[in-house]
Design a protein around this ligand. Structure first.
Ligand code: FUC
Length: 788
């Protein structure tokens, strides 16, 4: 199969843009005709594909419509779909605020400022932590199994996930019959659809059953009438956790429609024999309406969804699914070059990416992250949790919650530049909820106005500090989340949205106006710090804990929060007096400091080189360089040099998400080769499972999202009022093109390049605008084209 190569062209201005775009466009479908179907990739370059079924979850392929998820294993004799519904968490509404906290706060602060960190840790542990100490887990819904009688050797096996169609396919031949199974999770019809076909009539037979580790029972729904579907209904209640009783009802419902053959119901199974084709729908819902209302009707919801889907044809449901997916997915196209390595199955490519011969795997990885975000975070769904949407356990790692000292924020890094702003809506909604639950925590724990969240939250929007002081006693989670929302505004310029989120930003700022304290150890007027706090999860040398005052990350987040609050208030023409107070407080924040090794200090004290883990996975103090832009190679070169030193000291090896963060940081330092070497470490078996999902380890989805953001940072940056084209292009990607990335200010950008230099670009905006562009080392003002 010949692969199209990017043509070499001389750089010519705008006139050739369209022509160039046409030339470098790669085909959606490679030409058919390669007979070795089981050896090379015949389909879209945006396919994950395998020669064998998944032998474990980390090989299975994820589908999702934002809310309803499935992992497809693709076994020939036993198909397995592991299922999730995004509101099926343990427990029910609860309030974990510790009413002793406020009384303990002054003593805790005194202990911290006196350097008695371990004593402070102990007192926090006894008086200030959430009750219960841990939050509640996200859990699996269950498993659908389809057992196929298979009498004979299997050939031509292929299992794939096409990112462009958001469909998984399994196909194989047994005894001369070619079988095909197609799967998708429809965001339109709110059902998971499975279609089973064969190239000969009467060949489809299977038995289906559904199981769950939840408290549930399964019943059979017999068909009423010759053509009505037959089905299974799983009804249950969620479990207790941490002493909080399970309060959710849930239901999963499967409908089976066979053409030809015979369908029969067992006690809790359904069997189809000798059908020509079969369509299955799976619907699921819980009684969760929002974090304080659980009076939903899962039975009514699922019955309605199945009935509505049953009235449509498979072709119609599929077409609507494709249109909804492609409307988002096709906005961005990326080509970093294509090589023979593309012909290999995905698991083999991951093994070899670091060797440098497979740039298209970086494209696939990038588009996979966009696919994942579309699949696990849509308006109306819950936000992407630590595992996105996909979790097969009742006790998942870190409860598969929302860890907001990096992980949840990272999940949304690719949303704005990757042209998926709609996917941010669940995060916005969560922050609006937290503004409410966090107001009680602010008042009771701190005697403060506004709202606060610590380092984790869950479905129930819990906001008090959890797990233990050295992880949980960090009051910055809400403030950081506000930065994500602010970025959503920056990328879109949508004032209606700004009006919606301004109360959250203002409330977060109010909390800190009331709780920042003057550090008696700091000279001069710029001495306001958070206390108690910590630099996410890094222990410092003067204690066994991480508890401290005014870690650099907090000061950086606050600089952003206060600046955003002032700008938002000004744009909306609100709260002049309050904004003056915010500005005055911002001016009194303790400054960023450069330490004795030339590094950006992680703490107020120059502790970095003595810290127990100099190579710690978190790079919290580098928040200022990325995702923030207050440290910048162009505008604050000294601080950027110090940040670089810190990054070098930290080293490149970290958890999946820690590695992904480092890619973005190296890109912001304009070192594309270094960024690529870190991407190679991420996109290797060390941090990536065969199904291309990130390994923390174990599976955690943030690395996928952070990695994709890093790839974009290498190609386009737009912080500090300037659009930079190819700011960190690695030498290994000399030619390519990208279409449809977004830049701050409401711009869309296309770039084509050859020999490492931009050969053409387009910048579009909804309104006629001038914009500053840095291209091939030259800074200039250009007029944006009008967006269609
Ligand atoms: C933070 C990280 C861990 C893990 C957890 C979910 O606590 O330090 O590595 O990612 O979140």
């Amino acid at each position: 199969m010949p692969l199209r190569k990017i043509k070499t062209m001389k750089a010519t201005p705008f006139a050739l843009i369209c022509l160039l775009t046409a030339l470098v466009e790669f085909p959606q479908r490679a030409p058919a005709g390669d007979s070795a179907a089981n050896i090379t990739n015949q389909q879209s370059p945006l396919c994950l594909w395998y020669r064998q079924p998944a032998t474990n979850w980390n090989e299975a392929l994820p589908l999702g419509n934002g809310r309803l998820g499935a992992m497809i294993f693709g076994g020939v004799e036993r198909e397995h779909l592991q299922l999730n519904e995004d509101t099926l968490w343990a427990g029910g509404p609860y309030d974990p605020v510790n009413t002793n906290a406020f009384a303990a706060l002054p003593t805790v602060r005194q202990l911290v400022f006196a350097g008695k960190y371990d004593e402070a840790d102990k007192l926090i542990g006894n008086q200030m932590m959430a009750v219960p100490l841990r939050q509640l887990p996200y859990q699996t819904l269950g498993d659908l199994f389809l057992e196929f009688p298979t009498n004979g050797p299997v050939s031509d096996y292929r299992r794939d996930l096409d990112l462009d169609t958001a469909m998984a396919t399994v196909s194989y031949t047994v005894n001369g019959v070619h079988f095909k199974r197609e799967y998708f999770s429809s965001p339109v019809d709110q059902v998971i659809v499975v279609q089973l076909t064969a190239d000969q009539p009467g060949k489809i037979s299977f038995t289906g059953r559904i199981t769950t580790p939840q408290k549930a029972s399964v019943t059979v729904e017999k068909s009423k009438g010759a053509h009505a579907p037959m089905g299974l209904v799983m009804s249950g209640v969620n479990g207790n956790a941490q002493g909080i009783p399970g309060a959710l009802k849930f239901q999963g419902r499967i409908a089976v429609m066979a053409t030809g053959g015979k369908s029969e119901a067992g006690a809790d199974t359904i069997a189809v024999a000798n059908a020509d084709s079969v369509t299955l729908f799976f619907a699921a819902a819980t009684s969760f309406k929002n974090y304080h209302d659980i009076r939903g009707n899962p039975e009514g919801i699922t019955q309605k969804q199945i009935a509505a889907a049953g009235k449509k044809t498979f072709a119609n449901i599929r077409a609507a699914h494709l249109a909804a997916h492609q409307k988002l997915f096709r906005r961005v196209e990326l080509n970093l070059g294509e090589t023979e390595a593309m012909k290999l199955p995905t698991d083999e490519r991951i093994q070899h990416f670091a060797e440098g011969h497979d740039p298209q795997l970086a494209t696939l990885y990038f588009q996979f992250a966009r696919y994942l975000l579309i699949s696990c975070s849509r308006p109306g769904s819950q936000p992407a949790n630590l595992q996105g949407l996909w979790n097969d356990s009742m006790k998942p790692p870190w409860d598969s919650k929302y860890t907001i000292n990096i992980n949840t924020e990272m999940n949304y890094w690719p949303a704005e530049p990757g042209n998926l702003p709609e996917c941010v809506e669940p995060l916005t909604q969560m922050v609006l909820d937290l503004t409410q639950t966090g107001a009680r925590t602010a008042k009771v724990m701190y005697g403060a106005r506004g709202w606060v969240v610590h380092h984790n939250t869950d479905l129930w929007r819990a906001t008090a500090p959890v797990d233990g002081p050295r992880w949980g006693m960090w009051p910055m989670g809400g403030a950081w989340l506000c930065q994500n929302l602010w970025e959503h505004y920056l990328f879109s310029g949508d004032k209606k949205y700004l009006r919606r989120i301004y109360p959250s930003i203002k409330g977060a700022a109010q909390f800190f106006l009331d709780t920042l304290v003057a550090d008696p150890n700091l000279p001069g007027p710029a001495n306001l710090v958070t206390c108690p706090s910590l630099s996410p999860e890094n222990r410092h040398p003067e204690s066994k804990t991480s508890i401290c005052a005014g870690p650099t990350m907090d000061l950086e987040i606050l600089r952003d929060l206060f600046a955003n609050c002032i700008r938002a208030g000004e744009i909306l023409g609100q709260d002049q007096d309050f904004l003056r107070q915010v500005a005055a407080t911002r001016a009194r924040l303790a400054p960023l400091q450069i330490g004795h090794a030339g590094q950006l200090q992680e703490w107020l004290k120059d502790w970095d080189l003595e810290a127990q883990q100099i190579q710690h996975r978190h790079v919290s103090h580098l928040y200022g360089l990325f995702p923030s832009a207050q440290i910048d190679v162009n505008t604050t070169p000294e601080l950027a040099t110090a940040a670089k030193k810190s990054l070098e000291l930290r080293g490149d090896q970290a958890t999946g998400w820690g590695t992904a963060w480092r890619i973005n940081l190296w890109a912001r330092l304009h070192d594309g080769d270094h960024a690529l070497s870190v991407l190679q470490s991420l996109l290797s078996p060390r941090c990536t499972y065969p199904n291309l999902l990130d390994s923390c380890p174990p599976f955690q989805i943030d690395g996928n999202f952070g990695g994709a953001a890093g790839i974009m940072e290498m190609l386009l940056q737009s912080q500090n009022e300037e659009i930079q084209l190819l700011p960190a292009l690695p030498r290994a990607w000399p030619a390519g093109h990208v279409r449809g990335l977004r830049a701050r200010g409401g711009f869309e950008v296309d770039i084509a390049w050859q020999d490492g230099k931009v050969t053409s670009y387009r910048i579009r905006s909804k309104e006629p605008r001038e914009v500053t562009v840095r291209v091939n080392g030259v800074v200039k003002k250009v007029k944006a084209e009008l967006m269609k």
